[in-house]
Design a binder for this molecule. Structure first.
Ligand SMILES: NC(=O)c1ccc[n+]([C@@H]2O[C@H](COP(=O)([O-])OP(=O)(O)OC[C@H]3O[C@@H](n4cnc5c(N)ncnc54)[C@H](OP(=O)(O)O)[C@@H]3O)[C@@H](O)[C@H]2O)c1
Length: 286
């Protein structure tokens, strides 16, 4: 049976460390770090994520400047909110909760963020820093994967790593971070011809496709490290819903060396990295 990579426990440890750092710095700086999560509309999944992020902020001592705006908010109004937060000296991090309602252009709005407050690491300036291997705000989910591997002393250097999914939010920055850590990276996407052939080569397999049970036992090399980023809500015949990842956990766990659970794996690590990015931005500012 694989060893579980406990993202929840690791995230709690990181939060405790951040809390101690904030207690020390806030006295000197005269203010705590500040994070603004901007949410538009009533996407139920986003509401849960935003609530979790705000609760985590309270736990570690980060002030929340979040705003929940109605679905009808216009592009100009949202851009105006972002400008206000860019100028607010109490705010160190701004996160635009995605997805936005269809009438809003998320990419154009992400460009309006002050890159030094872009705690989700999605502004082209921060993605550029990542490509060049320079310090900067790193995308939270892939940063959470790297941190979890590091905390479990799992070597990445020289390994064959495979990322399934190539989104700008997870797959692409994940591949760049694995490359930065000197692994040999392959990236699969929807047009990949033989996904199973590729995933079977992976010593470290990171899956972020958004498709339940995409990765079955025969697609995993025995002894691999399997990181499941997927979060999918599925409903059974009785109408009960639960969250699952992209990996068929019960089939893959017996043959993997390490595996992340869903929930309790990369989800909590993503929140911990958001808090860490906010504190990093605060430290640059004070
Ligand atoms: N744990 C966390 O904190 C966290 C954070 C963010 C996201 N997530 C979860 O991670 C998953 C991915 O998120 P995302 O934002 O990256 O989603 P996304 O924007 O939908 O991207 C999914 C990527 O996977 C690729 N893909 C889809 N089906 C595939 C298949 N059968 N074979 C190979 N590639 C396939 C897509 O390819 P094409 O673009 O070519 O179609 C795309 O590149 C979702 O379940 C999401 O909920 C979790």
């Amino acid at each position: 049976m694989a060893n579980l990579l406990d993202g929840k426990a690791t995230a709690e440890k990181i939060q405790a460390e951040l809390k101690a750092t904030i207690q020390t710095l806030a006295t000197k700086a005269g203010r705590p770090p500040g994070l603004a999560v901007l949410m538009v509309g009533d996407n139920p999944a986003s509401e849960v994520y935003v609530r979790n992020k705000e609760k985590a902020c309270t736990r570690v001592g980060i002030a929340s400047f979040g705003q929940h705006l109605p679905t009808a908010t216009t592009q100009t109004e949202l851009a105006e909110k972002i400008r206000g937060l860019n100028q607010n000296s109490q705010v160190d991090g701004i996160l635009l909760q995605l997805p936005l309602p269809n009438h809003l252009d998320a990419i154009a709005l992400l460009h309006q963020l002050d890159p030094s407050k872009d705690v989700d690491g999605l502004h082209p300036v921060n993605l550029g820093h990542l490509v060049r291997g320079e310090p900067g705000l790193r995308s939270c989910t892939p940063a959470g994967v790297m941190r979890l591997l590091a905390d479990y002393d799992i070597p990445v250097e020289g390994k064959d790593t495979v990322v399934v999914g190539a989104s700008i939010l997870v797959g692409k920055p994940m591949a760049l971070m694995l490359l930065e850590a000197e692994s040999t990276v392959s990236v699969a996407h929807i047009k990949t011809q033989n996904l199973a052939k590729l995933t079977r080569e992976a010593e470290i397999l990171v899956v972020a496709a958004g498709y339940p049970k995409l990765i079955t036992q025969d697609m995993v090399k025995p002894g691999a490290v399997v990181i499941d980023v997927g979060i999918n809500r599925i409903t059974n015949y009785e109408g009960k819903s639960r969250i699952v990842g992209d990996v068929d956990f019960s089939a893959v766990e017996p043959i993997a060396q390490y595996i992340t659970p869903v929930p309790g794996g990369i989800g909590p690590m993503t929140v911990a990295m958001l808090l860490q990015n906010t504190v990093w931005s605060y430290q640059q500012r004070i």
